[in-house]
Design a binder for this molecule. Structure first.
Ligand SMILES: [Zn+2]
Length: 171
């Protein structure tokens, strides 16, 4: 029932995104940096869960160094979107609540800083700048139909009031 692998007894597929120290699966945070550990795997094993599969995408060359702020999400969903974009390129990231906003931790609202290891800073900046430029276009285009719809609803409301007023006069 033993695996036919290389027989390395030490199973340490987790790594700290800050100092790149390796940890076994039983650990969740780096003892030195208190950072959440990311899964880097040992190379060839199959991903066990979706989270492991995501973490497997992390490229080792982007691990290590101090964490630096590379972007900001205006809420949890946006922060996770940015983290997803980074991970697609193999870049591990950590999100932290932006200082100065007094929102309880369990709320999804409130801005977050996105931090990446300094080794991945340059590529992350480039990646996020490109993405921001491209995503602006569909947003601007989507604004016009919405405005038309709002105008139409207001017109309908006015028409309804007029019909009601006329019916009141007729009686
Ligand atoms: Zn560490």
């Amino acid at each position: 029932m033993s695996s036919n692998g290389d027989g390395t007894g030490a199973v340490e597929p987790l790594a700290c995104p800050t100092c790149a120290r390796k940890y076994p699966l039983t650990e969740r945070f780096c003892a030195d940096c208190e950072m959440p550990l990311v899964y880097v795997g040992r190379g060839e094993e199959e991903p066990i869960t979706a989270a492991h599969e995501r973490a497997r995408k992390v490229k080792p060359q982007y691990l290590g160094g101090e964490l630096v702020k590379v972007a900001m999400g205006s809420n949890l969903a946006e922060a996770e979107l940015i983290q997803g974009l980074l991970l697609e390129e193999g870049i591990p990231s950590v999100q932290r609540r932006t200082r100065g906003f007094d929102v309880p931790d369990f709320l999804a609202a409130g801005p977050r800083d996105i931090l990446v290891p300094v080794a991945a800073y340059e590529i992350s900046r480039e990646l996020l700048t490109d993405t921001a430029e491209h995503s602006l276009e569909p947003a601007a285009a989507g604004e016009r139909p919405l405005r038309l719809l709002v105008g139409l609803l207001i017109a309908l409301a006015i028409a309804a009031v007029l019909v009601w007023a006329i019916s009141q006069l007729a009686t």
